[in-house]
Write a new protein. Structure first.
Length: 102
């Protein structure tokens, strides 16, 4: 990505406490974006946030998007905390009910 494409942009990455979402969040932060991490596990979010640089520029929001209340909570928090949202990467996933393929 161009080095200044996301500089100073407000970015929300769902499912970013680990995996692909965290990788995307790290790339955005490395290019100067203001990153908001999202996930269900607050401890995992705290650890992920500690790895984003520069420190103090980024934040996290915990909410379970598999539940209606979690979607509403994330929406309300995003509107409350961010003056604008420039980039949304929706990386959160839910497996739903599991059953044998056979």
């Amino acid at each position: 990505m161009a080095s200044d494409l996301v500089a100073h942009r407000d970015c929300l990455v769902t499912g970013s406490s680990r995996g692909i979402g965290l990788g995307a969040a790290r790339a955005l932060a490395a290019h100067g974006a203001n990153v908001t991490l999202h996930g269900r596990d607050e401890e995992a979010l705290r650890l992920a946030l500690a790895g984003l640089h520069p420190p103090g520029r980024h934040q996290y929001m915990a909410a379970d998007l598999a539940e209606r209340g979690g979607v509403e909570r994330l929406t309300e928090e995003t509107c409350r905390r961010l003056a604008r949202l420039d980039v949304l990467i929706h990386s959160a996933g839910s497996l739903g009910p599991r059953f044998p393929l056979a």
